[in-house]
Design a protein around this ligand. Structure first.
Ligand code: ZN
Length: 63
C-alpha cells in the first residue's frame, strides 16, 4: 500500500542512472529497483526482502 495516497497500486520499477555528458547518457552507473505508486507517483528505495514480498503481492509498508 502506498504510504502517501493509500492506494494499492504499488509496483516495482527498474531505476537506471547514467553518467551523462551533454545530456547524452554514456555509462550506466547503477541499476536499482524501486517501488513506485502508479497513482500519485511516490517512489521509494526498498531492500531486497521488501522487493521480494511486493512482487509476491504483499502490500508495501514503509517504516
Ligand atoms: Zn500513492
Amino acid at each position: 500500500m502506498c504510504p502517501r495516497c493509500h492506494n494499492n497500486a504499488v509496483g516495482v520499477i527498474t531505476h537506471k542512472r547514467f553518467f551523462s555528458l551533454f545530456f547524452v547518457p554514456l555509462i550506466p552507473l547503477k541499476w536499482g529497483k524501486r517501488c513506485k505508486c502508479f497513482i500519485c507517483g511516490y517512489t521509494a528505495e526498498v531492500n531486497k526482502d521488501t522487493l521480494t514480498r511486493v512482487k509476491q503481492g504483499a502490500p508495501l509498508v514503509l517504516s
